[in-house]
Write a protein of this length. Structure first.
Length: 268
């Protein structure tokens, strides 16, 4: 019996599977938009509570930092924390949940290359981080005045922060076999880097040795550069920080591609 092949048209994918990439990206975005109260509103509320507590506790006591009012100094750092944490959470949770539920095959079987998988997962994570950061800023506006002195710096460091943690989350999600593995990365790597990055203080008040160590912390440059965009004040040369985080993202991007192509902890 001869099959009529005209009933089953062959789709020409070409060099890039744009439809597949876009579909996976939308899937990653819809993962967090469907539960927006948990993935967007909850981090915003946490940031507002941090800001409220620090303002009430130290607002009238804490002196200006580099000529900037303490609350104005603190707010950009808290917004950046929200971007970092949520970008990481999106890609890492997507992969670990897929592995635990046994549906990794859903994104391994379609004709998607390692590069396309990387772009979709990282872009989805970056979208969540940027959305949380933007909503946080909008929610802070009624309570305090926020001005943007250098819009390009705000955009550059916010984007690089979201991409960086999307890639870190991707690598952590591939590495983790259980949720406690993911918690170990968050508690013993990311949390110390975040709290030792100058979010709540200027690194200039630290002893020289700790100031030197801070120069190796990428989160320091992300927060310092992002704060510079709002206040015009920074602890480190902004151009140096911009190039530093870009170099790290290039390394992480290559690592994400190579790990996905190898199939480590996904196919093996």
């Amino acid at each position: 019996m001869q099959t009529n092949t005209s009933e089953f048209p062959v789709r020409r994918i070409g060099l890039i599977n744009g439809l597949g990439l876009w579909t996976l990206y939308l899937k990653e975005v819809r993962r967090f938009t469907k539960v927006g109260f948990q993935t967007v509103l909850a981090p915003v509320v946490s940031t507002l509570l941090f800001l409220l507590v620090f303002t009430l506790a130290f607002g009238d006591v804490r002196p200006a930092v580099g000529g900037v009012d303490f609350t104005q100094f603190l707010a950009p750092g808290l917004v950046m924390m929200g971007i970092l944490n949520n970008a990481f959470a999106n890609s890492s949770s997507s992969l670990i949940v897929s592995k635990v539920q046994g549906n990794v095959v859903d994104f391994l079987m379609p004709p998607l290359s390692a590069a396309e998988l990387s772009i979709a997962f990282i872009a989805g994570a970056a979208t969540r981080g940027i959305v949380v950061g933007l909503v946080t800023v909008l929610c802070i506006l009624p309570f305090m005045q926020i001005t943007i002195v250098h819009p390009l710096a705000v955009f550059w460091f916010a984007l690089n922060a979201a991409l960086m943690m999307g890639m870190v989350g991707l690598l952590a999600g591939i590495y983790a076999q259980r949720f406690d593995h993911l918690s170990a990365v968050q508690n013993f790597v990311l949390l110390p880097l975040t709290f030792l990055s100058g979010t709540f203080y200027s690194v200039k008040i630290l002893p020289p040795i700790f100031q030197t160590l801070s120069t190796f912390n990428p989160f320091f440059y992300l927060i310092d550069g992002f704060r510079y965009g709002f206040t015009g004040v920074s602890d480190a040369p902004t151009l140096h920080g911009a190039l530093f985080v870009m170099a790290i993202n290039l390394v992480l991007g290559i690592a994400s591609y190579l790990v996905l192509r190898s199939g480590w902890h996904l196919k093996t």
